[in-house]
Structures are given as structure tokens and as C-alpha cells.
Design a protein around this ligand. Structure first.
Ligand code: G6Q
Length: 538
């Protein structure tokens, strides 16, 4: 018997139901039921999720929850929280929840409570950040630190960069944060040009401490510092490391006393709560960082304990499965109407697509249904003047999340209401569209009618929160992390490995010596030809 979820009765029932609902317009669902908002919205953990503008009914939810039951979602949630090795291909637990476990209840991995180590590293991070922030930590020439430069890539960059950007209103006044990820020397070079070596602290963030881009950037930054300050001893005052690999850190020349540890049960894209969050902590301070962890912890408790039908990540996850696998929607847009979240789409691209961009189940069986959508997006208002045309009148079904803050970080008069009016207007217009009748009444020379009609029926979630505080941001990120987990379970996918990242790295490692030594290679006609062309032009 085939073990794919698509061969279950629960899946077949949803398929049948989708055939019916595909013919129904959202505006009719609203016209039929004036309680839709009350029925299809949930408030929890400081967030309101309005999912009423989705192409679903109460029956849809029942069927999706049947699917969740069929996949034993509730058991899987318990297994995640109990530290079981849910990452089966790497035989690891996935315990980002332990990093923000403010209750301190013991969480066991291989029979050993991880909380004492988690708390010890957090305390060490706190002491270090306090000494940098207070000015007690001095650079080699005796000056306090003013610039924090995080060198890392992927999970060791996107999360901390997004959160640091989002919480700008909470930054220490003396400190400026920079994130270097790209191996293109332009990224590091342009940043170094702005920096004073005497007041710069580099954080080398790498779980493995073997990542080509990070190590090369770190070596170049180290050389720059030594050249500028004229002494190798300066490194001790200007470089710290965040890693699981003590030996590699020592070999690089960073004193293990200046290393902040984390563990193999922290996945890269789930690591911003660990020592990988050090740049965040330096910029916002311990009280705010603890608030950030507490926000995530609140959402964790919600995910673990609230019935699936009212559970925010479960609802968002199931609705996502509904669109990807049954409506065959290929993309999902992230549209924050909160400028501070401008890096959220890039962060979620990694979180979602590296976790779910897979086509075999955890047992290695090829799936016969679409899984992860392509995640994309940009801050709300800007997008309206660019790609929203396609949302309104294109040929794709594009579910979208609108993230909306009631209060902004700034109180410039008139701005926040303008933001809110646009966010509400867009989800309304995307859902309602404009019929030919309404269009005719509204304006339009008759010959232009078809150009001015909007079919509508574009589904959206609206997530509303009071203000983007560290606490709220913690809950938002944890919400998306757990949404990904829910979808992984529904699709039978392991969301915690990333074998797809490996192949390119391996091939690059064979091409680098060929470039360094001007050698030819035997890859394929095109690659070999491109290499010869580059050699010729040098
Ligand atoms: C994340 C991925 C990947 C990883 C980077 C950096 O889940 O594993 O994005 O974070 O490749 O790896 P290092 O932290 O080991 O340098």
C-alpha cells in the first residue's frame, strides 16, 4: 500500500470539496454570512489572525483538521517539544523551543537536560553584551566599541539581520550594526570602508565554521584589522565567534574564551534564538532580548496546548496546504505593512523554502502532490505601485499574508492611518474585485470595460498586532516557524534538513582551484566553455 498522505480518505475528501469551492467567489461567501469575520478570526499571543478572506468554509476547516488528525499532527507537536529526533535524516532533535524556554522546564536530549547549557550561554552573552554596551569592553587601542559587524551567511545571517533591522527603535544609541554575508568582496569592502578598526567588533557566526563565504570574509576582515592596528594581538579585542565547532574557532585564531556556543540540535535557519542572536542582543540589550524570547515562548505554549481548531500556526499551516496542494497555487506573498519588517520576506524565503522545498517524504518516497510554494514579497505600500497589478489582474492565484501594526515606531502625523487604509483597502479589493456591472456604473468607456474589471477572489490572511515590540516580533517569528512544522507534517516532509544546499557547495569547491590555477575542467560543455572564456579575459 502507498503510504503517501495523498492516498488517504482525508486527502480525497478535501479534493472533492475543492472542486466545489473552486467555483465559489469569496464575495458570495461574505454575502451569505455576516459572521464570517467572527467565525474565521483568532486572537492569541498579542496577534489577531483574520483568515476570513480565504476561500474556505467551516466544512473546509473540518476536512483540513481531519487531514491533520490523519497525519498525527498533535503527536508530532508533542514529539517536537519533547526533544525527540524529529530531524530523522540527520538524527537530531530540533529544539529551537528550548532556546526560548523561559519556564525552564527540563528538556531532554539523549536523556540529558539541555536547559543548564542554554541558560549558561545566554548568561555569558548577557555579560559580554553588557560590557560592550556600557563601554567597559575596549578595543585594542582603548576605545569603546561603536560598530558591530556580523559575518555569517544563510541561517547565520538572515535571521539576526532581519530582527536587528526590525528592532531599530530599540538600538543602543552608540552602536551601529552591519551584516556581511556575500563572498563578493564588494559587500565586505564597502562596509570596511565605513569602519574605524579601533571601534569595530566582528562576530564570526558559523555553526560549522567551515562555510567558504564566511571563512573567507572572516580572514579578510582579520587581515584588515591587523594591517590597520599593526598587531596580531588586536584580534582578541575585536573578534568573537559564535559556533558549535570549538576546534575550528581556535584554529582560526579566536580565543575559545571569546566563543559563544550552540549545539547541533539548533538548525541554522532556526538559530536566531541561540548565540547566533548575539548581534541582536548587542544592539537591543538583555531586557529587550529576553522580551523577544518571551514572545516566542508564549507562542510555543499556544502551539503546544491550544486545540488545533484555534491554533494559529495550525490554521495558517493548513490553509497553506489547502492552497499549495489542492488549488495548486505556486507562490505565497509576504506583504508587511510595517516598514521595519522590510527584511521579513527574505528571511521567510529561507525559513520556508529551505525547510519545505522538498519532493520526498521523510521515508524517502517521492510525493505526488505540490508541496512548498515560492515565497516572495516586499513592504506593502511600495509593492502596490509595482507588482500588485499582477495580484489584481494577473492569471495566478496568489495567497498572501498582510502584516499590519496598529501603531508605528514613529509618530509623524498622518502616516500610520495612510498605511492602515492601504492595507485594508488592498485585502478588500483583492477579495471583492470589481464586477462588470460595478465597473460600468463606476466609469469606463464601454470599449475599455474588460481592462477595468477585477475578478477578485484573491485570498489573504491579515495578521494584526499593536506595535512591533521585541515581544511581538518573537511571537511572529515563532508563528511562522511552527507553521512550517505543521506543513512539514501534513506533507510528510522533514523540515529540518537541507540536503539541497549541498550540491552547489561541492561543485564550487571543484571549480575554485580551477579558477585559482587557470585550469580547464570537465563539467559540461557550457560550464567548461564559460571557464575558458573567463580565463581568456583575465
Ligand atoms: C540553514 C542552513 C544554511 C546555513 C548556512 C551557514 O538552515 O543550514 O543556511 O545556515 O549555510 O552555515 P554555517 O552557520 O555553518 O556557516
Amino acid at each position: 500500500m502507498n503510504s503517501l498522505i495523498s492516498h488517504s480518505v482525508a486527502w480525497a475528501d478535501i479534493k472533492t470539496h475543492q472542486h466545489y469551492l473552486a467555483q465559489v467567489h469569496l464575495r458570495d461567501l461574505f454575502a451569505l454570512d455576516n459572521q464570517r469575520f467572527e467565525k474565521f478570526s483568532v486572537e492569541a499571543c498579542g496577534l489577531l489572525l483574520d483568515y476570513s478572506k480565504n476561500r474556505l468554509t467551516s466544512d473546509t476547516l473540518v476536512l483540513l483538521l481531519n487531514l491533520a488528525a490523519e497525519t498525527n499532527l498533535q503527536d508530532w507537536i508533542s514529539r517536537l517539544f519533547q526533544g525527540e529526533k524529529v530531524n530523522n535524516t540527520e538524527q537530531r532533535a530540533a529544539l529551537h523551543i528550548a532556546l526560548r524556554n523561559r519556564s525552564n522546564r527540563p528538556i531532554l536530549v539523549d536523556g540529558k537536560d539541555v536547559m543548564p547549557n542554554v541558560n549558561a550561554v545566554l548568561a555569558k552573552m548577557g555579560q559580554f553584551s553588557e560590557s560592550v554596551r556600557s563601554g567597559a569592553w575596549r578595543g585594542y587601542t582603548g576605545k569603546p566599541i561603536e560598530s558591530i559587524v556580523n559575518i555569517g551567511i544563510g541561517g547565520s545571517d538572515l535571521g539576526p539581520a532581519m530582527v536587528t533591522r526590525a528592532l531599530k527603535a530599540y538600538h543602543h544609541a552608540r552602536l551601529q550594526g552591519y551584516f556581511i554575508s556575500n563572498v563578493d568582496g564588494t559587500h565586505l569592502g564597502e562596509t570596511l570602508a565605513k569602519l574605524n578598526p579601533e571601534t569595530t567588533l566582528f562576530i564570526i557566526a558559523s555553526k560549522t565554521f567551515t562555510t567558504q563565504e564566511t571563512i573567507l570574509n572572516a580572514q579578510s576582515a582579520r587581515q584588515w584589522l591587523i594591517d590597520k592596528l599593526g598587531d596580531e594581538k588586536a584580534v582578541a579585542k575585536h573578534f568573537v565567534a559564535v559556533s558549535t565547532a570549538r576546534q575550528q574557532v581556535t584554529e582560526f585564531g579566536i580565543d575559545p574564551a571569546n566563543m559563544f556556543e550552540f549545539w547541533d540540535w539548533v538548525g541554522g535557519r532556526y538559530s536566531l534564538w541561540s548565540a547566533i542572536g548575539l548581534p541582536i542582543l548587542l544592539m537591543i540589550g538583555m531586557d529587550n532580548f529576553e522580551q523577544f524570547l518571551a514572545g516566542a515562548h508564549e507562542l510555543d505554549k499556544h502551539f503546544e496546548t491550544v486545540p488545533l481548531a484555534e491554533n494559529l500556526p495550525v490554521l495558517m499551516g493548513l490553509i497553506g496546504v489547502w492552497y499549495s496542494s489542492f488549488f495548486k497555487a505556486t507562490t505565497h506573498a509576504i506583504l508587511p505593512y510595517d516598514y521595519s519588517l522590510e527584511l521579513l520576506p527574505a528571511y521567510l524565503q529561507q525559513l520556508v523554502m529551505e525547510s519545505l522545498g522538498k519532493s520526498v517524504t521523510r521515508e524517502g518516497e517521492r510525493v505526488d502532490y505540490p508541496t512548498c510554494p515560492i515565497i516572495w514579497g516586499a513592504p506593502g505600500n511600495n509593492g502596490q505601485h509595482a507588482f500588485y497589478q499582477l495580484l489584481h489582474q494577473g492569471t495566478h492565484l496568489i495567497p498572501a499574508d498582510f502584516l499590519v501594526a496598529i501603531e508605528s515606531q514613529h509618530d509623524l502625523p498622518g502616516h500610520q492611518n495612510a498605511v492602515l487604509s492601504n492595507a485594508l483597502a488592498q485585502t478588500h479589493a483583492l477579495m471583492m474585485g470589481r464586477t462588470p456591472e460595478k465597473t460600468r456604473d463606476a466609469l469606463a468607456p464601454m470599449e475599455q470595460l474588460s481592462h477595468r474589471v477585477f475578478s477578485g477572489n484573491q485570498p489573504t490572511n491579515t495578521l494584526v498586532y499593536q506595535k512591533l515590540t521585541p515581544h511581538v516580533l518573537g511571537t511572529l517569528i515563532a508563528l511562522y516557524e511552527h507553521k512550517v512544522f505543521v506543513q512539514g507534517i501534513c506533507w510528510g516532509i522533514n523540515p529540518f534538513d537541507q540536503w539541497g544546499v549541498e550540491l552547489g557547495k561541492q561543485v564550487a569547491n571543484t571549480l575554485l582551484p580551477a579558477l585559482n590555477n587557470k585550469q580547464e575542467t570537465k563539467h559540461d560543455g557550457s560550464t567548461d566553455g564559460l571557464l575558458r572564456y573567463i580565463h581568456r579575459r583575465r
